[in-house]
Design a protein. Structure first.
Length: 186
């Protein structure tokens, strides 16, 4: 994670660390970047997710992988990729559709947040249970952030295609009781 990203409450890197217990977060600073030997597990193949990598290899064994996610703005991620890109295999994911990260404008079509890249990877590797749990937490993160910013209409629109209502009715009842109402009755 780029050090500037580490200060943003909208960062999905913090979310990943909270939801996936085996994940670790390393803060990147240009003057003192992390070292490969401090990060890479010797018994795993290291993948660095990046849009300019090779296509996702077929039949990858998740138990043998270690994945590096570059978390930051597109400029920051490019800077980090130059520094760590040779540490392992650069891998590109088959990512399609619109981003669900409504908290920041994506820099173009096919651009997704860090957590969305991880969601695509989990799905591609067949890790459905982890994918479903992380997606629900991610969407709750986005929804709650929209509410906190006072964007009730946008938050309501976000819920239309989200698993949040079904996954977290108790949380919605506390942070946005209006979200549980039938739109024709609220």
């Amino acid at each position: 994670m780029h050090f500037m990203e580490s200060y943003r409450p909208s960062s999905t890197g913090h979310l990943i660390q909270r939801v996936l217990p085996g994940s670790r977060q390393h803060v990147y600073r240009k003057e003192s970047p992390p070292r490969r030997e401090d990060l890479a597990a010797p018994d795993r193949e290291l993948w660095i997710l990046h849009p300019q990598g090779e296509m996702l290899p077929a039949a990858a064994d998740p138990a043998r992988l270690q994945v590096v996610l570059l978390d930051g703005s597109w400029v920051q991620a490019t800077e980090m990729a130059h520094r760590v890109g040779a540490w392992g295999r650069r891998v590109r994911l088959p990512m399609t559709g619109a981003s669900r990260y409504w908290l920041r404008a994506q820099a173009g079509e096919g651009r997704f947040s860090t957590v969305e890249a991880l969601l695509f990877l989990l799905q591609a590797l067949g890790l459905t249970e982890t994918h479903v749990a992380l997606r629900a937490q991610f969407e709750l993160h986005v929804f709650a952030s929209l509410c906190a910013r006072g964007h009730r209409d946008k938050a309501a629109a976000y819920l239309a295609d989200s698993p949040v209502r079904a996954a977290f009715p108790e949380v919605l009842a506390q942070i946005a009781p209006w979200a549980l109402c039938d739109p024709t009755e609220c």
